[in-house]
Ligand binder design. Structure first.
Ligand code: FRU
Length: 534
């Protein structure tokens, strides 16, 4: 990237300029992937929101199209906010989205392709009976907390169902509506689900996952062989959290499994920056794909100066882990097309206090996979029972704090003299009856520029390090580090803005600052080619 724009990405989705946020209405139609997204055509800050549109054949390279949905009716004249696509019984997609009406209220609208024979779905039309769902004095819906319709699903009774994010006081709500014809919608007497104390639920997503294996299933699938996932985007903390549970299609309620919580102590798709995500079912490839928005960690002034804000994460395949207690996520296979010649390094014991450079890759734009094996656990540090917050533990015990088993991992987007680096690493602790693996992404040294948010992120990884290797994959792209621990059990995405470790001056290292040696059983790295994006 030009030195004037060192933070633009090589293979993460972004438009040429301006503000972007949520992915909207993702789908595959006639072999073409469609991605719409919240976009401000007029600047690098949120505002003037329209649905921009790009299409792709591989989820890697993207072609831009004209703005698809923009304010044009009283029911959306003040903004066309987030929403989702649903394939109707005819096979033609419909989009439900939130409009901001003449009175500033949030209402739900529909749009249809003008020409369903066009695989690119360039033009969208809106019927005159919009909005289809709206707050009224009778239903007492809060007109400023009623948004982001999901993909609809069809019940065995032939009725469509959709949920809309909402809240009542501090109780987050997934409001349910049903319809026979996708035109006349009726509010159900109770929400699909709600939870006290969680605040506004933005961008809900509700979908089935197969109990066995990594294949995806269509959103309307109801069978004993599936469980359901409800994801909500917590407006208060800007975290995407999910539970795994059971959907009772007769009562039309979702119940999270025992022990599954919706608040911030529950499960997150990503323990770094990742928000307003949404899945779709990719029928031809039989998988469910997750798209998400990654906001900046820089100041608004910096965003305005560079002329853009926001990127999308690499699309992830998502499926249920065999424990049925969490999801697994992995970058879609297609991204590997961008890998250059691989650099495979021989396995190696890495002693305490060592830093080893991974040579021969363009470290500013790379994909790296590394696995560690620990054989002697006798000196593992004891996990203090009060250390229940992994993010806090990672910030107290950052990369520079020496331990016993760890920190070991990668230093990415690092300058030659290690004045700047982002550290992605593990630490192993011993608790009462088992070992506990902590995964951290430490941004505190990522940039000499003090204006950025350099919060450290962290999570526990549900892995037994005695029997399994600790694997880490990081997708590095100029100002983004997307890391996958334990083969997709724990993900952490960070935005960083190095001042020295830019373009050719970025380096990649493996490190071990623990007192104990660990073995790198495999490490592979690839320079990533630039994708054709917009
Ligand atoms: C989430 C969100 C949605 C809303 C949209 C507006 O980031 O706030 O709730 O529809 O963005 O751009």
């Amino acid at each position: 990237t030009p030195t004037s724009q060192p933070y633009r990405t090589g293979y993460h989705f972004q438009p040429p300029k301006n503000w972007i946020n949520d992915p909207n209405g993702p789908m595959i139609y006639k072999g073409i992937y469609h991605l719409f997204y919240q976009y401000n055509p007029k600047g690098a800050q949120w505002g003037n929101i329209v649905w921009a549109h790009s299409t792709s054949r591989d989820l890697v390279n993207w072609t831009p199209h004209p703005i698809a949905i923009f304010p044009s009716q009283p029911s959306d004249i003040n903004g066309t906010w987030s929403g989702s696509a649903t394939f109707l019984k005819t096979g033609i997609p419909a989009i439900l989205y939130t409009g901001i009406n003449t009175q500033g209220q949030q209402v739900q609208n529909v749009a249809f392709p003008k020409d369903p024979s066009d695989p690119y779905l360039i033009k969208w039309v809106k019927p005159h009976d919009n909005p289809l769902m709206a707050p009224t004095p009778q239903n007492r819906i809060n007109a400023s907390s009623f948004r982001d319709p999901t993909t609809s699903w069809l019940g065995p009774d032939g009725r469509w169902r959709v949920i809309i994010g909402s809240k009542v006081d501090r109780k987050g709500l997934a409001m349910l509506y049903t319809s026979q014809n996708f035109d006349h919608w009726v509010q159900s007497p109770q929400p699909l689900h709600s939870a006290e104390g969680t605040g506004m639920w933005e961008c809900p997503d509700f979908f089935p996952v197969a109990i066995d294996g990594s294949v995806g299933v269509d959103t309307s699938t109801l069978a004993p062989s599936v469980k359901h996932v409800l994801k909500v985007s917590l407006d208060d903390t800007k975290h995407d959290v999910y539970t795994i549970g059971t959907y009772d299609h007769v009562k039309d309620v979702y119940t999270p499994d025992e022990g599954s919580r919706e608040g911030d102590l529950g499960l997150r798709y990503d323990y770094g920056k990742y928000y307003a995500s949404k899945t779709f079912f990719d029928g031809p490839k039989n998988r469910r794909v997750l798209l998400g928005w990654i906001n900046e960690s820089s100041s608004v002034e910096a965003d305005i100066k560079k002329g853009w804000s926001g990127v999308h994460a690499i699309p992830r395949q998502i499926w249920l882990h065999r424990s049925r207690k969490q999801l697994l996520q992995w970058p879609v296979k297609e991204i590997e097309k961008l890998r250059g010649t691989p650099v495979y390094l021989p396995s190696k014991v890495i002693g305490g206090g060592s830093v080893l450079e991974v040579p021969g890759v363009t470290a500013v734009q790379a994909d790296v996979e590394i696995s560690f094996q620990v054989s002697d656990f006798s000196k593992a540090e004891i996990l203090d029972p009060s250390w229940s917050n992994p993010q806090l533990l990672c910030s107290r015990k950052g990369a520079s704090v020496k331990g016993s088993l760890g920190p070991f991992g990668l230093l990415v987007l690092a300058s030659k003299d290690l004045q700047e680096y982002t550290a992605v690493f593990f630490r192993i602790f011993k608790s009462k009856d088992k070992h506990v693996v902590l995964m951290c992404s430490d941004q505190s040294r990522s940039s000499l520029n003090q204006q950025n948010d350099k919060t450290t992120y962290g999570t526990f990884v549900d892995i037994d390090p005695v029997h399994e290797k600790l694997s880490l994959r990081s997708l590095i792209d100029h100002s983004i580090v997307e890391s996958f621990g334990g083969k997709g059990k724990s993900c952490i995405t960070a935005r960083v803005y190095p001042t020295l470790a830019i373009n050719e001056d970025a380096h990649l290292y493996a490190f071990n600052y623990g007192a104990q040696s660990v073995k790198i059983t495999s490490w592979s790295a690839w320079s990533m080619k630039k994708a054709h994006i917009n």
